[in-house]
Design a protein around this ligand. Structure first.
Ligand code: ZN
Length: 242
């Protein structure tokens, strides 16, 4: 199966990767869902827009703890680097990621579409100015817009918030363009992101799936299933490809 997957990557003209929490778990970033996921320890209401607007200090206390004190210094792993190398070699045209950790860019990937936004920027809820999050002090919470005094919110998608328009449109464009989509570390539970591989399939793309456990994609649209962790699969593929 690994050889077949490598062949498919070699012979495809427009390959796109679609990644999720599973690729970053091995960089020490816990997933949101599942028995050891963040929502087993934290109340998801901290990322609810209404709750945030009413209690920005409480939301921010936990947001800082999870996304800025803890996750912020995570480093890319071999799977992130492998995708960056493939892009460099012209074998990968882009990545659609559901992750907000910037690890694809840290690994050197250029064409990365952040479907759910990023922790690396903060946006003022009043004047919409965006700031690099490392330039804003989180000593006093909630952080305040230096321009207008509005509350700053992390520039990632909260519950009940729409997907950023540009990311949404670019994702659809890539899904329709690609002739091969590599699904890595995502089981397809989060709407509407989960629909992207189906869209690729409708447009006749082949699907390689890398997930240690079967997902909603495995028996529906996947052509080649590699039941491996992201780092293991990428390490093996890289040997065959590069
Ligand atoms: Zn502002």
């Amino acid at each position: 199966m690994l050889k077949k997957a490598a062949e498919l990557i070699q012979t495809s003209n427009y390959t796109v990767a679609f990644t999720g929490a599973g690729i970053s778990v091995e960089s020490g970033i816990p997933p949101f869902r599942g028995p050891n996921g963040l929502w087993s320890k934290y109340n998801p209401e901290i990322l609810d827009m209404d709750f945030f607007l009413n209690h920005p200090d409480i939301s921010w206390k936990y947001i800082k703890e999870i996304f800025y004190d803890y996750m912020y210094n995570a480093k890319p792993n071999i799977a992130h680097y492998c995708l960056a190398k493939l892009e460099n070699l012209g074998k990968l045209k882009g990545i659609i990621t559901q992750n907000i950790d910037n690890l694809h860019q840290d690994a050197g990937s250029k064409n990365v579409i952040e479907f759910h936004g990023t922790t690396k920027k903060l946006e003022c809820i009043k004047c919409k100015t965006k700031y690099d999050s490392n330039k804003i002090s989180l000593d006093k919470l909630p952080p305040i817009c230096p321009k207008c005094g509005g509350i700053l919110k992390p520039d990632f998608v909260f519950f009940s918030e729409p997907i950023p328009k540009e990311a949404f449109e670019k994702s659809i464009e890539l899904a329709q363009k690609c002739d091969l989509m590599i699904i890595i570390g995502t089981t397809g539970e989060i709407m509407p992101a989960s629909q992207i591989p189906y869209l690729a399939k409708e447009n006749d793309a082949k699907i390689i799936e890398i997930n240690p456990d079967k997902s909603t994609y495995t028996n529906t649209i996947t052509n080649i299933y590699l039941p491996l962790k992201a780092t293991k699969a990428c390490e093996k593929l890289q040997k065959l490809l590069i």
